[in-house]
Write a protein that binds this ligand. Sequence first.
Ligand code: 2U9
Length: 344
Amino acid sequence: MKDQLEAIQKEALEKVTQAANLKELQDIRVSYLGKKGSITKVLKGMGKLSSEERPIIGQMANAVRDAITTSIEEKATSLEQAALEKRLEEESIDVTLPGRPVNIGGPHLLTSIVEEIEDLFIGMGYEVKEGPEVETDYFNFEALNLPKNHPARDMQDSFYITNELLLRTHTSPVQARTMQEYEGNQPVKMICPGKVYRRDTDDATHSHQFTQIEGLYVDKNVRMSDLKGTLDKFAKKMFGEERKIRLRPSFFPFTEPSVEMDISCKVCHGEGCSVCKGTGWIEILGGGMVHPKVLSMAGYDPKVYSGFAFGMGPERIAMLKYGVSDIRGFYTNDVRFLKQYHKA
Ligand code: 2U9
């Protein structure tokens, strides 16, 4: 029996040494130490031994079992360690590899233009004001010298929500609201950017929803020359110091006198070419001296206060500045169009 146990130990330890993976080790454990394993078989024959031999063989069997168990455990640890090392090697990452490119967004061209215009006027002491896009008939029309049945209301076919509420057709109501807020006794110097709505059929130059920026300066002794100087500064900063401006007489119900402003064509410098349709000039905005009726309706005494106002369409400004030919580019959100105007 002693020889048998020694042979079992020798054979088991050899097999453990040769085991290539944990599954083989487990099979060895079962075949030597399991219920039907070799050692158990030997122990079952112990009944035939003498009482002197029994403890000696018992001790020996235990020692053999311990030796096999220890060797299996050691081998298991070393197999696990080897497997871990193999995995670590296979899964190692090269931290010096360049990263995958990330798609970075940028401001919409219209946002950039509006912010650029805002910055120019903030630099001249203007505050930026916002107001509701769903407006009352009073602030959108009445307060701006456009009473009910005024023919100029036809010029601006509107989206009415009720008889008294509509989507604003211009940002001018924000100025009327601000004058009312300042109660006729403080200067107003403001611009108001925002969305406006008109019942137009969309095409390359028209959109039923577009953006406006209007400005208003009301104080004592504000004159037409102040308007001209302000707009000249704006045009030069926006389009280049070499550009000239000219004012032409026009009509708006809320300004008197009213003007339209052109800038000299950047291609022909006033000579006339296809860009400016042979005139040498390109129209960029409208303005004028605030109508005395508009001042007094907002609580300002037209004998004491005067003011100028102007309005422009940032889409048109962007189209002129960047050569965009179709206004729909601003609204269809084709990233190939928008990406061209992302600053690096
Ligand atoms: C108040 C008084 C006067 C705002 C003005 C214009 C002339 C003008 C257009 C330019 C391009 C609109 O987007 S556009 O089509 N605007 O020509 N806007 S004067 O005058 C005001 C506004 C508010 C209380």
